[in-house]
Design a binder for this molecule. Sequence first.
Ligand code: CTP
Ligand code: MG
Length: 232
Amino acid sequence: MGIKIQVIIPAAGSGTRLKASVAKPLVLLAGKPLVVHSLEVFQKSPVIHSIIVVTRRGLIGRFQALAKRFRISKVVKILAGGATRSDSVYEGLKAVDADTDVVAVHDAARPLLSAEVLSRALQLCRKEPAVIVAVPVKSTVKKADPKNLHVLETLPRDVLWEAQTPQIFRKDILFRAHQARLCCEPTDDAVLVEKMGVRVKILKGDDRNIKVTTRTDLAVAEVLLKLKGKLR
Ligand code: CTP
Ligand code: MG
């Protein structure tokens, strides 16, 4: 208790692989814009103080209207993002309140975050500097030479985890990690923190927390939302 937690939602991507007529976070999913599903989960969490959304400059007005319409009163800032996901998160990070202790980063493209997983991850961040939600890898993963696709190695599955979001950090650590940027093309925030030598703890989440990337993912997300509460 007593710690201030803010959320950054990177939603400034171009949704190239989804090939939709509107921006990916605004695509309708079970009757609501995709981004609203996860915004509602953060809105309802009693330990979340507020939310910063990072989007494309031209969509700021749309997001303002959306927060109002769906009564996501915790959205306090809507900012323009950058060229890469990591640039967008950094823009959000610079807008975090001075007295915030912990920052949670969650992809707009993951509408199936459950309140239970969020709550367990937020609990863990009280004693860990960095917590990421991840799931055990289900497939056999091969490392291959990109030039000829010859397999170089089969990776040991029992130590492999698929990183998801949310990823939750002590603010000063995430800020320093983004400033140092010890990884050329970071695809999540944790990798920057790992490179700084900070311990990153995994919270086992669930495989329904998919990232909507393609049309197939969108269809799967629709089904998973309908089944919510009926699985497991
Ligand atoms: N993102 C962002 N700023 C960027 C690129 C991505 O805020 N410059 C966000 C996306 O909006 C998304 C999350 O990062 O919520 C994960 O990115 P991804 O799934 O790759 O979404 P897009 O980049 O929009 O999709 P694509 O790569 O197919 O264009
Ligand atoms: Mg992308």
